[in-house]
Design a protein around this ligand. Structure first.
Ligand SMILES: *Cc1c(COP(=O)(O)O)cnc(C)c1O
Length: 353
């Protein structure tokens, strides 16, 4: 190693799910929405006068913030928007996790958390889930520098009841607790109702899953005025103009079309419940998903084998070669038609054994 190489920041980056270049595949590997975004979104983008791109966008993304404020009946000072929830979460780590004590998150969870902790030199400790992959609230009743986990958790898809989230927040009033609600719209109970009561609670959301806009990169955080002010101060010390103008307009259009949003979420939930039945019949075991994916293992056939066999049939699911979960597949809920192709493919694989 050259001397200069010892003086640069060395990190192992997050690995996102595969985005295959070939068409004609069934893509159930990155929890994207199988339906297009609201038609109002493309209308908003088309109607945007490109002459306006000469100008810097509003660094506060005010129009989008106001649309979110109105939708959830909040105050402007309680909302922060960013370029996908990854941007919001990264900023939140940088802002709130500034203690010498370790932050806590589950051993099986969103695999970006340890990457940010390493990048920002934040000490951390992972807390094992129980044998049913549940988060045990008492494990978080200990001294720490902050807490973060998704609800429902990823990739387990299991929801933690709101009372338990509240207990964790209550027991940790000296640190910030971040609840990553990337999948909350698919049937979970949001912690948003708690932000008026607990100043140390930050709720993070995204347009990428339930609003079908992963390609647009919109995420947001909801919390107390003090938390949001601190987050903004860090963001404006780093890069002010992160959200571009088309995203702001598209985001507003998506929020306003609530009927469409509810329609696609409902379709996914119906397909998910049907998938639970089908996968059970095929010999899969899994917990009760409240997300747009199911985290399952097969009674007999190793997950890695099923993963490879599905790939040969142009069906992509997610497989993590990691301790404790290397016999599981994370299967995103697609359209009914896509799922029917999946069930037939799985049937063949299971029959061959
Ligand atoms: C998908 C996902 C995100 C990131 O979403 P973006 O808004 O697309 O950056 C964050 N947290 C969890 C748990 C996710 O699954």
């Amino acid at each position: 190693m050259n001397l200069w190489e010892k003086n640069i920041r060395q990190v192992i980056p997050y690995t996102p799910g595969e985005q295959p270049k070939i068409s004609n595949i069934i893509k159930l590997n990155t929890n994207e929405c199988p339906y297009p975004p609201s038609p109002k979104v493309s209308e908003a983008i088309r109607q945007m006068d490109s002459d306006r791109l000469r100008l810097y966008p509003d660094p506060n993304a005010g129009l989008l913030v106001e649309a979110i404020v109105k939708y959830y009946n909040l105050r402007t000072e309680q909302v922060f928007v960013g370029v996908g929830s990854d941007d919001v979460l990264g900023m939140a780590f940088l802002t709130y996790f500034n203690s010498k004590k370790p932050i806590l998150f589950p051993d099986i969870t969103y695999s970006f958390y340890d990457v940010w902790a390493e990048l920002f030199h934040i000490p951390y400790r992972t807390v094992p889930l129980d044998c049913d992959f549940k988060i045990i609230k008492e494990d978080y009743y200990t001294e720490n520098g902050g807490i973060v986990f998704p609800n429902p958790n990823a990739p387990t898809a299991l929801e933690m009841p709101l009372e338990e989230i509240e207990a964790i927040v209550k027991h940790n009033s000296d640190v910030v607790v971040i609840i990553d609600e990337a999948y909350i719209d698919f049937g979970g109970k949001s912690a948003l109702s708690l932000i008026e009561t607990y100043e140390n609670l930050l709720v993070v959301r995204t347009f990428s899953k339930s609003r079908a806009m992963a390609g647009m990169r919109i995420g947001y955080a909801l919390g107390s005025e003090k938390l949001i002010a601190a987050l903004k101060a860090v963001k404006f010390s780093y890069n002010s103009y992160t959200m571009d103008m088309p995203s702001i307009y598209a985001g507003v259009a998506a929020i306003k079309d609530d009927a469409y949003f509810k329609e696609i979420v409902e379709k996914i939930v119906v397909t998910r419940e049907h998938a639970k039945q089908k996968l059970r019949e095929l010999g899969f075991l899994f917990g009760d998903s409240k997300a747009n994916f199911i985290f399952a293992r097969h009674r007999e056939i190793p997950a890695e084998k099923i993963f490879e066999e599905l790939k040969k049939k142009n069906i992509y699911v997610r497989y993590f070669k990691k301790p404790r979960i290397d016999n599981y597949l994370r299967i995103t809920i697609g359209t009914e038609e896509e799922m029917n192709v999946l069930y037939s493919a799985l049937k063949e694989i299971v029959q061959k054994g």
